[in-house]
Design a protein around this ligand. Sequence first.
Ligand SMILES: Cc1cc2nc3c(=O)[nH]c(=O)nc-3n(C[C@H](O)[C@H](O)[C@H](O)COP(=O)(O)OP(=O)(O)OC[C@H]3O[C@@H](n4cnc5c(N)ncnc54)[C@H](O)[C@@H]3O)c2cc1C
Length: 444
Amino acid sequence: MMFKARKLPQHLKPSGWLAMLPPRPEAPPLEGEVSADVTIIGGGFAGLAAARRLAQLDPALRIVLLEALAIGEGACGRNSGFIIDLPHEVSSESYGSDSATKARNEITMNRTAIALARGMAEEQGWGREIFDPCGKYAIAMGADGDRHLAEYARQLQGLGEAHKLLNAAGIQAVTGSPAFTSGLFTPGCIMIQPAAYVRAFADALRPTVKLHERTPALSFERQPSGWCITTPKGKVNSGKIILANNGHAESFGFFPGQLLHIFTFASLSAPLDPARLGGQRNWAATPAHPMGTSLRRVQGQEQEGDRILVRSRYTYQPDLEVSDATIASAGRLHDAKFKARFPMLQGLEMQYRWGGAMALTWNAVPAFGEIEPGLFAAIACNGVGATKATASGIAAAEQVLGHKSALTAIFEAMEKPKPLPPQPFTALGVKASLAWRHWRAGAE
Ligand SMILES: Cc1cc2nc3c(=O)[nH]c(=O)nc-3n(C[C@H](O)[C@H](O)[C@H](O)COP(=O)(O)OP(=O)(O)OC[C@H]3O[C@@H](n4cnc5c(N)ncnc54)[C@H](O)[C@@H]3O)c2cc1C
C-alpha cells in the first residue's frame, strides 16, 4: 500500500516574524537511507510537540522529523502568536447541555499544550521576546461585542476562570486607542514570536530528534515491519509515522472531502516611535466576534520602535495556495481596520504582509488517531493550531507509545470529521458563509 503526495507546500513570501529574524543554520536535508522507530511528517506545532513528547516518554526512541520547507516557513511561523488557554468561542450557542464538560475538556487540552511549551521555554531559558506569558485581551467595538464579552465573562465566572472586564476607558489605557468599547482580560494566554518560537523549539529537539529540513515526504509505503518513507534524496524505514502536515494530509489522499482549507492574513507595521501611541507597549487582543480582527503591539528591543500586527479576513483556498492579489486585497482591509483603530498613527506603513493556511473540519473536530496500522494523524486544528495542534501532537505521541492520559482520553472520545457536502456545494456554501460571517463581524 503506497500513499503518494500529489502536492507539496509552496515556498511563500516569508512572514514578517521570519523576515525580522537573523539567518539560522538549517538542519540538513535527508540524504541516503536511515531507520527510525517513529517518523513525524511536518515540523509545525503538531510535529514539534509530537517529537518532544515522544522523546520525553522514551529517550531511547529513534525519532526522525521531516519538514518540507525550513522550520518557521509554514503556518506555524505565520500566525499571530496567541497560545490560547480558554475556549475562544464567545457565542452562547456553543454552550449546550454538556457545555461545562466540553469547555473544561478544552481547557485541559489547551493547558496541556501550554505546559509542554512552557516546559521547553523554561528549560531553554527563552526570554519574553520568544515566549511571553502576558495574557490577552478580547476587545469589542460596539454594542454586539460588548454583549458578547459580558456573556463570555459570565461563562468564565461559571467555570471559575480568572478574568477582568474593562470599560472603554480601561481598554484605551491598554491599547492607546479610543476605538474600543470594552475589553476582557484573561491571564493564561501565552504570546509567542511564532517564527522564533518554532525555530528555537526545533533546534532544542536536536540531536535527540533527527530533524531534516527542506525534506518533503514524497510517498510512504507499508512494509512488513512498518513503513518506508521516500524523500527527494533519501528513505526512512520507520516503525510508525505521525502525519503532522495539517491540510497537506489530503495531498496524500487522507480525509478526502473532510478538510476545509481556509487561509487567514496578517500585516505587520514598520517600527513605530512609542511616543506616538499611548497605552501599554506590549499587548495582544482577539476580537469579541470570532470573525473579527486580532491586534497586537510588540515592544521593540532597545532603540527599535514598536510594531503593530493586524490579522483579519478568511478565504477558502481548496488548492492550498494563495495569490499575491488575495494577500494585497486582505492588506487593503487591514489598512482600513488599522486606520479605524489608530487614526493618530497616520502615515505608519505596513512593512510586511502575508497569508497562511489552516485546516478546518465541518464539525470543528481534529482529524486524529490511527488511520492505518502504524500511521497516526494529528491534523486539522480548526484555526487555533498554536494550542490545539500542539495538544494533538502530544496526544498522537502518547497514542503511538500506548501511554494513557487525560489528554488521550479527550482526543479518543472526540467525534470523527464529518464529510463536507459534495462540490460545488462546499465551495459555494463556504464562500457564502464566510461572506455572511464577515458581514456579521461588522466593524470588528
Ligand atoms: C495569519 C495567521 C494567524 C494565525 N494566528 C493564530 C494564533 O494566533 N493562534 C493560533 O492558535 N493559531 C493561529 N493561526 C493558525 C495556526 O497557525 C495553525 O492552525 C497552525 O500552524 C497549525 O499547526 P500544524 O502543526 O497543524 O500545521 P502547520 O503549522 O501548517 O505545520 C505543518 C507543516 O507540515 C509541513 N508539510 C506539509 N507537507 C509535508 C510533507 N509532504 N513532508 C514534510 N512536511 C510537510 C509544512 O511545510 C508545515 O511546516 C494563524 C494562522 C495564520 C495564517
